[in-house]
Design a protein around this ligand. Structure first.
Ligand code: ATP
Ligand code: MG
Length: 425
């Protein structure tokens, strides 16, 4: 026998037993996005490699070492998307969406060739949100309010908000020189990654997780002290709005984010409940991105959340308030004509009660074996159709989870009975 073929490392199947958590998260977020007037956009899973090189930045972890890039049969370099913002901006430029303010969201898989570990996979999923054409801090505040609403709706309590401002491009360029001088002048040697970044992307040194680098980083000059006055006002406005809404936050001067396109506001929601991979949602403002990939200048703000990490938080909750997956009823059929009567009756019930979860038995067999399956399905009621019932136009109802005697109803009464019993509409 040949060897079983297995899934690619770091790319997981999401099985039916876990899917409820995903659907609960996705449905809750979809409802909230809808309530705030955001519209869904779906872009291809692959883009030209150049799009990510130009948007995310050549000297970032993603572009340097995490992208799944390959040449297609025409020799074009394509990449499985490592994130969604670049595609959204590309699609908006290409389809003329920038003619007006846009509030967009997307959901789907992203691909990064990282070392797989808890909370870090090679295919992972994000819900991302982007708004275009808005310059003030009100939109950042709205997005943060929206995420806070999601955490409340999901019952997630231990998430902390960190914010920072990266200022204008000019302020950042000046700060960059300050940083290069600081790190170069320092006697303590930089680690290999940081040396490499010193002249290409020194801000990323601040993001280093290497413990030996921490004292040096802690003493580094802070970008917040070099902000231009407009960015400072913007940052203060955001803080006022958050405070007014009762959302607590920490200013983290070292929060620089792993992608190059951000300016002004950056933020992350972080938990300590998941070990090292604690950021569940991250985003910021990227006013220069559209121009960088060939469009007209267009302010942008967005964030993305990692669904695997949020699902992991939901799984740790004692009572995650998931929708009930069990069928309301299981239809058992045995004997002459019962199959046809039963399947048609099931269709009538589905017409009358669109929210009824009804499992019709398929594959025949004795009532005994069908009852075993009914029980295993988790259904609350068994609806039993034997030869006798077919002749009399009746159906027997057996309570599978309650100690109550079996009942016999007219088939014509069944929909009303089920609607009342399960409070269905
Ligand atoms: P990290 O610092 O954890 O590498 P990042 O800055 O690379 O995160 P973003 O590009 O901002 O992450 O992506 C937004 C969110 O997507 C992250 O906060 C995280 O929740 C999730 N995420 C990113 N990379 C992965 C991954 N490889 N596996 C699972 N989730 C991920
Ligand atoms: Mg990363």
């Amino acid at each position: 026998m040949s060897k079983n073929i297995q899934a690619i490392r770091g790319m997981n199947d999401i099985l039916p037993e876990k899917i409820l958590y995903w659907q609960h998260l996705e449905n809750t977020m979809r409802r909230i996005l809808n309530a705030y007037g955001y519209q869904e956009i779906r872009t291809p899973i692959m883009e030209k490699t150049e799009l990510f090189q130009r948007s995310i930045g050549e000297v970032t972890d993603i572009v340097e070492k995490e992208m799944y890039s390959f040449n297609d049969r025409n020799g074009d370099s394509l990449t499985l998307r490592p994130e969604g913002t670049a595609s959204c901006v590309r699609a908006s430029i290409e389809n003329g969406l920038f003619n007006q303010t846009q509030r967009l969201w997307y959901m789907g898989p992203m691909f990064r060739h990282e070392r797989p570990q808890k909370g870090r996979y090679r295919q992972f999923h994000q819900i991302g949100v982007e708004a275009y054409g808005l310059q003030e801090a009100d939109i950042e505040a709205e997005m943060i309010f929206m995420t806070a609403r999601l955490w409340r709706a999901l019952g997630l309590k231990d998430l902390a908000l960190q914010i920072n401002s990266l200022g204008s491009a000019a302020a950042r360029a000046a700060y960059r020189d300050t940083l290069v001088s600081y790190f170069s002048a320092h006697p303590q040697p930089l680690d290999e990654d940081s040396q490499r970044r010193l002249h290409t992307n020194p801000l990323r040194i601040l993001d280093s997780k290497n413990p030996e680098m921490q004292p040096l980083i802690a003493a580094a000059p802070r970008l917040l002290e070099h902000l231009d006055s407009d960015s400072l006002t913007h940052f203060e406005q955001l803080q006022q709005l958050l405070t007014a809404a009762g959302i607590s936050f920490q200013i983290n001067p070292r929060l620089v984010r792993g992608l190059d396109y951000y300016n002004r506001t950056v933020f992350e929601w972080v938990t300590t409940a998941l070990g090292a991979q604690g950021t569940v949602c991250a985003g910021g403002r990227y006013d220069g991105l559209a121009e960088q990939i060939g469009g007209k200048p267009m302010p942008g703000v967005g964030f993305a959340m990692g669904l695997e990490r949020l699902v992991a938080l939901l799984e740790e909750q004692e009572n995650p308030n998931l929708p009930d997956p069990n069928p309301h009823a299981y239809l058992l059929m045995a004997g002459d004509k019962s199959l046809q009567t039963g399947l048609l009756l099931a269709e009538q019930l589905r017409d009358a009660l669109p929210n009824l979860r009804l499992l019709s038995h398929c594959g025949g067999g004795s009532f005994k074996s069908q009852f075993k399956k009914a029980d295993k399905s988790g259904a609350y009621l068994g609806l039993i159709l034997g030869e006798e019932e077919v002749l009399q136009g009746r159906i027997a109802v057996k309570y599978l989870r309650e100690d109550k005697p079996q009942e016999s109803l007219l088939q014509t009464e069944l929909a009303a009975f089920l609607a009342a019993y399960f409070k269905l509409c």
